[in-house]
Every structure is written in C-alpha cells, then in structure tokens.
Design a protein around this ligand. Sequence first.
Ligand code: HEM
Length: 136
Amino acid sequence: MPKVSELFFKTAIVFLILGILAGLQMAISGDHGAFPAHAHINLLGWVTSAIFGGYYALNPVKAARRIAMIHYGLYTLGIVIMLPALYLMLQGGRTEFEPIVAGGSLIVAAAVLVFAVVVFSAQTVRSASGLSPAPR
Ligand code: HEM
C-alpha cells in the first residue's frame, strides 16, 4: 500500500475511535447537543479520510506524486483544527471556538480542492488489459 494511503488510514482509524467515543458520550449522558460534531468527526475524520486512502491505494502512480502528500498534510491539519474545536463549541456552547472552526473548515475545503486537482489530472495510464496502471 502506498505511504499516503497508510497515513490516511491511520488518521481515519484514530478519528473513528474519537467519533465513537463522542457518540457513546452522547448516548450515555442523554445530551445529544454535540451530535453535529460527532457526525463530522465520523464523516470527515473517518469516512472521507478512508476514501482518500482507498483512492490512492487504487492509483499508486498518483500516490507517488508530491501533491498527494500535500493533500494529506493539508487535509489532516484542517480536520485536526476543525473537529476538536467544533466538539468543544457544541458541547459547552462556547462560541469563542467558532473562529477556530471556521479556520479549520477553510483548510479542509482547500485540501478538497487539492484532491480535485489530483483526481482530474491525467496520470493513471491503463495497461492493455485495462486492469492495472502501466508503470511510468
Ligand atoms: C458506537 C458508535 C456510535 C454511537 C454510540 C453513536 C451515537 C450517536 C448519537 C447518540 C447520535 C445523536 C442522535 C440524535 O440526537 O439525533 C448520533 C448521530 C449521528 N451519528 Fe452516530 N454513533 C456512532 C457511530 C457513528 C458512525 C460510525 C457514524 C458515521 C460513519 C455516525 C454518524 C452519525 C450521524 C451522521 C449522526 C447525525 C444524525 C442526525 O442528523 O440526527 N455515527 N450518533
């Protein structure tokens, strides 16, 4: 598996654990106020990171490009800033975390645009069988 896929999956599983802990905390306490944070930890932190990792595993030629690691670094920085701040903002109604959530969200959005560049770049060359990428 390419290094960038491995990194995305390691990040993803950490966020799945955190997302489940936030879900259990809500379920046990009966206070569901932070459910949007729980949903974003699971969907941006776990699901989206794992999809990125899977994409690079299927496209090892693109995974080897420097932009893939830039994508990983930027996206992970964004979610590490945004998700804990979102949780703290919703859990305690602490509006002072709002600018941090906004900043992290913009970094996440920028990282998604970097991924769009990766996806639309013509890099994966199919072999004659059409099953595996040809070596460059
Ligand atoms: C042990 C694991 C989990 C527990 C205990 C849990 C618990 C909860 C609870 C208590 C709520 C609030 C429900 C409400 O007030 O409407 C919730 C909402 C939500 N959860 Fe989880 N959850 C878990 C795993 C996951 C996972 C793995 C995902 C996604 C991959 C997920 C996605 C969501 C979403 C999207 C919502 C918002 C639903 C809505 O709009 O009402 N959850 N969860």
